[in-house]
Design a protein around this ligand. Structure first.
Ligand code: RRO
Length: 295
């Protein structure tokens, strides 16, 4: 069951999608025992930015018939407080023996977002200096304020940004791709050419909801949001298949996974790891359930 991913040994191939499992809230809800029964083989943090962000005004969530639209807007305490307050609490977990795999330590993958290559480089350098950070995931689903280009939707821009960030760390760099691009495999190739060690996909699909009553208007505080959950699983399967066939580096597949069968399908499509996102809100132990199902 154990897998090697970018030089890390993981107990099994099931991790969480960034921003979908709050390990600190889970510790408060489930107690210290969580540290010896963690549902994922690696823990991916919520996206961290250089400075604290309040996020979008409410409403931030809208349930669809087969998924959820979020417009959270990157609320986070900022790099300095993440390192000082959160990192010590989320490092050192071990995987749940109920996963059917020999328990191993759960490495922390810190997800970061910046709106220029310099900002991303600063975030990556700070993570590089932290022993507790095993790998860094770059969330590139945002515009580069210096060039005006969507970093994650433009292969050349991705390659340029990666080339600027790559020299700042020898730790694994995973690029989280957006599905909201004309040619996702080309974006994956851009990330690979810039020096990425792996790509992960899919982030959420751009979506909108109208107010449930009154005159037609966009409901979510941020205007549009991102669709996740079972509704996007066929899209994820198509994009993971296409990207895995295009790049040499490992692929982390995600999008609407709810069961071991769904995870198996993404592994068969070429993913090395599978991340679970929206299902965590319904079943916080889903990682262990899926790993046990795979075993
Ligand atoms: O915080 C968010 O609103 C958010 C982010 Br950064 C992301 O990458 N994907 C998403 O669905 N929501």
């Amino acid at each position: 069951m154990s897998v090697e991913f970018c030089g890390l040994r993981l107990a099994h191939p099931i991790i969480n999608g960034s921003g979908t499992f709050d390990a600190i809230a889970a510790l408060q809800a489930f107690g210290e025992g969580l540290g010896e029964a963690f549902p994922f083989s690696a823990y991916v943090s919520k996206t961290i930015t250089l400075r604290p962000r309040a996020g979008n005004p409410p409403p931030r969530l809208w349930e669809t018939s087969a998924g959820m639209i979020n417009s959270i807007g990157l609320p986070n305490k900022g790099l300095e407080r993440y390192i000082a307050e959160d990192l010590p609490l989320i490092a050192g977990f071990r995987t749940d023996p109920a996963a059917g795999a020999e328990p191993l330590e759960v490495p922390v993958l810190t997800n970061v977002m910046g709106s220029t290559a310099d900002e991303l480089a600063e975030l990556v350098e700070a993570c590089d200096a932290q022993e507790r950070v095993a790998a860094i995931e770059l969330n590139v689903s945002c515009p580069n304020v210096a060039t005006g280009l969507d970093i994650g939707a433009d292969p050349a821009e991705l390659e340029r940004v990666l080339a600027a960030v790559r020299p700042r760390t020898p730790k694994p760099l995973i690029v989280k791709l957006t599905p909201n691009a004309a040619d996702v495999p080309a974006c994956a190739l851009g990330a690979e050419a810039g020096g990425a060690d792996a790509v992960s996909l899919v982030n959420t699909l751009r979506a909108a909801a109208l107010a449930p009553e009154g005159p037609p208007r966009l409901w979510l505080g941020g205007g549009t949001g991102g669709l996740s959950g079972p509704a996007i699983r066929p899209v994820a399967l198509a994009q993971v298949t296409a990207v895995a066939a295009s790049v040499e580096i490992p692929v982390v597949g995600m999008g609407g996974v709810q069961s071991a069968v769904h995870a198996r399908q993404l592994l068969d499509a070429g993913a090395s790891l599978v991340a679970v996102g929206t299902e965590n809100f319904r079943d916080p132990a889903v990682g262990t359930r899926i790993a046990a199902g795979l075993s």
